[in-house]
Design a protein around this ligand. Structure first.
Ligand SMILES: Nc1ncnc2c1ncn2[C@@H]1O[C@H](COP(=O)(O)OP(=O)(O)OP(=O)(O)O)[C@@H](O)[C@H]1O
Length: 600
């Protein structure tokens, strides 16, 4: 797919958001037909939708379960109150808005930094954010006395902060219109964000963080940016909430509010940005209606409705409505197939340029490498050198330590002792994406592609980390599609590929940016003989431009590849040499027959 093909995707989104545009016009016209009370209610739904939208970005797109998303909402709301009560006039409210968003952004960045750089689990992220919001709930509840006053702003304990000015001192209708426009702009901005490089990478992290990092992306930084933006949007909603009601109290930090936001997102559709507004409108209007006409039964009816929606429509209401609309609009997606025939020979290898290749005689050296799992030495005192431009096969029986060694090279496992030198530089302590940036690329043992994404998108993610220029990206993608024989599958979801094709796609992703060192762990696992032979040819072609190290069980593959063979046994290097030499080594025959015992 060319860049043009991607524009088709954007156009597809435009068609999909057409109902949204119609809705926007209706919302802008509502003041003509609704009274002030009803307008205030719709304003609140939109503000709730905005808060839910912030969680959709963080959780639905980025996969980060921010249970306590309300903490940013509440802190921004209080910050707005403090500033606008102290600085009178419309300018004071504008500064309050700015201050609220900045506070939310800073708190989100602070929390996000420790959570993502500390690599804590998603469950822990949920607990930490929830705990944070509950801490503020207690804190603000306890600030009841007159001593808890910042200038003209009294925190007010459980009664909250009162008489906060409305944003720009607007009346009900202009304030409503402002909220409509702000919501529409944020939604449009996030739809655009989802299609930009950062948004696509954030989505990829949700789908497969390990693969995204191995492609060379700093997943911690991308998640932090997404979390920060989500925090800022929640902050914006918090400011609008305080401005709308001219008050804010600690219930915004409570567990009920935190759960409500999650429900709004689930009902609307976690993976649909506009679903947030849909969820907020449906639930809040239903809750308002029940509050008026069936107050006693409100929790039961509301709860039953929620459970029913979530059980019957697990993806939320938005995807169902979207499918209906697409069928109605008879929209069909015909991607443009690329016609580029350019060769990659002319594209400068960025990775080589960065690290200044060729200064060290050995491309890779491992020195007294050890990896211990408890009492087991899975890799024991391995010393090896790899020359640039060569191909190597690592073989050995099950449990010999091949995969452990492979994972030490890519940085998935840390070394117990020893060192790894790449182009003369010590990379022992570099994390995976830092190694990828230097030109080390890997395909893992089990196919590890983005199953929910198209073949094109998989390859695009692999190339976009190294090349920003769309034309270069297209050339490399097209060339690799031909190389791995998936040219006519580019729009197909990776999930629909056969096992062998997934393996090829992953090899293509690892090789697309022409890494200096290409590491392949069992590239033919689960392949038929015909596919294995095709893979041999592919690896041989790739070995002409990268140094290749293959971990492989299939001796037929190793023979056909004809590379230098390194035999592992019990965590150590037993021998190295040509295929013929190694095959005639009695010790190698013995370990494959299970008879070789290491001399004491
Ligand atoms: N994460 C881990 N925790 C504990 N032990 C491990 C871990 N990974 C590997 N091992 C152990 O280390 C030893 C070497 O395993 P490794 O997977 O590296 O061997 P291998 O040669 O790749 O085997 P195979 O060909 O079956 O994949 C084995 O005894 C294995 O049980």
């Amino acid at each position: 797919m060319s860049v043009k093909g991607h524009k088709y995707q954007i156009w597809q989104d435009v068609v999909q958001t057409l109902p949204g545009l119609v809705l926007l016009v209706i919302l802008l016209c509502l003041p003509i037909v609704l009274n002030d009370f009803a307008l205030l209610e719709v304003t609140q739904w939109l503000i709730d939708g905005l808060l839910a939208l912030s969680l959709t970005l963080v959780w639905g797109v980025g996969g980060v379960f921010s249970f306590g998303q309300t903490v940013f909402f509440g802190l921004a709301g209080y910050s707005y109150g403090i500033v606008s009560l102290n600085l009178s006039g419309w300018l004071g409210t504008l500064l309050g808005l700015l201050c609220g968003i900045v506070v939310a952004l800073l708190v989100a960045s602070f929390l996000g930094y420790f959570m993502f750089y500390g690599r804590i689990s998603n469950l822990a992220v949920g607990i930490i954010t929830l705990a944070t919001t509950l801490i503020f709930y207690d804190l603000f509840n306890s600030m009841a006395g007159d001593q808890y006053r910042i200038g003209a702003a009294a925190i007010g304990g459980f009664n909250g902060m009162q008489r906060v000015p409305t944003l720009l001192n607007l009346e009900i209708i202009p304030h409503y219109l402002l909220v409509v426009i702000v919501s529409a702009l944020v939604l449009a901005g996030l739809i655009g964000f989802r299609h930009c490089r950062l948004g696509r990478v954030l989505n990829a992290i949700r789908l497969n963080e390990v693969r995204t990092e191995l492609l060379g992306y700093d997943t911690r930084a991308v998640k932090l940016i997404g979390f920060g933006i989500g925090g800022a949007i929640a902050g914006l909603a918090g400011v609008l909430h305080t401005s709308w009601g001219n008050t804010i109290n600690p219930t915004v930090f409570g567990s009920g509010q935190a759960i409500l936001v999650i429900i709004l997102v689930l009902v609307g559709g976690k993976n649909h940005l506009w679903g947030a507004f849909l969820g907020a409108t449906l639930l809040q209007s239903l809750s308002g209606f029940l509050g008026t006409f069936a107050q006693q039964a409100t929790p039961i009816i509301l709860g039953t409705t929620l459970v029913t929606i979530v059980l019957l429509l697990p993806g939320g209401i938005a995807p169902t409505l979207q499918q209906f609309w697409l069928r109605l609009s008879r929209w069909q997606y015909y991607p443009e197939l690329p016609t580029l025939k350019a060769k990659v020979g002319g594209i400068e290898n960025k990775q080589d340029r960065k690290v200044g290749s060729g200064t060290a005689p050995n491309l890779l050296e491992v020195w007294q490498l050890k990896r211990r799992f408890g009492s087991l030495l899975a890799v024991n005192n391995v010393n090896l050198t790899f020359q640039p431009g060569q191909a190597y096969s690592i073989i050995g029986p099950n449990g010999a330590g091949k995969s452990t060694f492979f994972n030490l090279l890519i940085g998935h496992l840390t070394t117990t002792t020893g060192a790894i030198l790449y182009k003369g530089t010590d990379i022992t302590h570099l994390i995976p994406h830092e190694r990828t940036k230097r030109g080390i690329s890997a395909k893992l043992q089990h196919p590890n592609v983005f199953l929910e994404l198209s073949v094109y998108e998989n390859l695009w993610l692999a190339v976009a980390v190294h090349y920003q220029d769309a034309a270069t990206q297209s050339i490399l993608i097209v060339e690799m599609l031909h190389e791995i024989a998936l040219y006519d599958r580019l729009t197909q979801q990776a999930d629909t590929l056969s096992h062998g094709e997934k393996q090829w796609l992953e090899i293509g992703m690892a090789a697309i940016a022409q890494p200096t060192l290409l590491l392949l762990d069992e590239p033919t696992a689960g392949m038929s003989r015909g596919e294995m032979l095709q893979t041999v040819a592919l690896v041989k072609r790739l070995a002409q431009r990268s140094t290749v190290i293959v971990v492989e069980h299939d001796m037929e593959f190793v023979r056909q590849l004809g590379a230098t063979v390194i035999v592992f046994s019990q965590g150590e290097v037993l021998t190295t040499g040509s295929v013929e030499t190694v095959q005639q080594d009695a010790r190698v025959l013995e370990i494959y027959l299970g008879q070789y015992a290491k001399p004491d």
